[in-house]
Design a protein around this ligand. Structure first.
Ligand SMILES: C[S@@+](CC[C@H](N)C(=O)[O-])C[C@H]1O[C@@H](n2cnc3c(N)ncnc32)[C@H](O)[C@@H]1O
Length: 191
């Protein structure tokens, strides 16, 4: 398989930051379900231009840190041009490897990226490695049986059961789907 076939085309990055998507997700409200304390350390995997990075940075505040990791320099450049606060750090890196130390993050957030990365088990293993003992991993991704027409090809998507399986296999004891709508699901994992 050509991995680039799965990867989001950076030339479509404007769509990621558009008003329609803001209205669809209201990202600040969506992430309020997590107990993100001021001073927390958060990793935004496959951040793109920062749709989730900016509200995450608001939650952790100036004493916290949000690491925005992406393989695409174009995405990270766009994020930087949007003047992120100083607690945002960008890192160009190719998943599934995460070039960051063990046991480092209170929240690892991954929105619409898990299905793009191969092999997924290696990705789950790396998420486990960099999560703090009390940390949370949260995966938001497309349903293969989505009602709507948008999003990546259905044969690229992973089922809820597949993602739960990868996270369990990585070592997380508590893994559950905590939200879904007609198009997407959210899975949260804890040790
Ligand atoms: C669909 S976009 C989602 C961006 C962002 N999470 C959001 O929801 O707005 C997928 C992102 O994952 C990044 N990505 C895909 N494969 C990657 C990999 N192997 N390593 C790092 N980033 C990757 C892409 O460059 C792109 O920015």
């Amino acid at each position: 398989m050509n991995l680039d076939d799965r990867r989001f085309d950076h030339r479509k990055m404007d769509m990621l930051m558009g008003a329609d998507r803001q209205a669809r997700w209201n990202p600040s409200a969506f992430i309020s379900r997590f107990d993100i304390r001021p001073g927390a350390s958060v990793l935004d995997l496959g951040s793109g231009p920062g749709f989730w990075t900016f509200p995450l940075a608001d939650k952790v505040g100036a004493q916290g840190a949000v690491w925005a990791l992406d393989i695409s320099q174009e995405m990270l450049d766009e994020l930087s041009q949007r003047n992120p606060p100083k607690q945002v750090h960008t890192l160009r890196s190719e998943l599934p490897k995460i070039d960051l130390p063990d046991s480092n993050f209170d929240l690892i957030w991954m929105a619409f990226v898990f299905h793009e990365v191969m092999p997924p088990q290696k990705l789950a293993d790396e998420m486990f490695r960099v999560a703090k003992a009390e940390g949370v991993v949260a995966v938001l991704d497309w349903r293969p049986d989505a009602a709507g027409e948008g999003g990546p090809p259905r044969h690229h998507r992973l089922s809820i059961e597949q993602v739960i399986g990868f996270l369990h296999q990585a070592g997380f004891q508590s893994v559950e789907k905590t939200w879904q709508d007609g198009d997407a699901y959210l899975i949260e994992a804890r040790r």
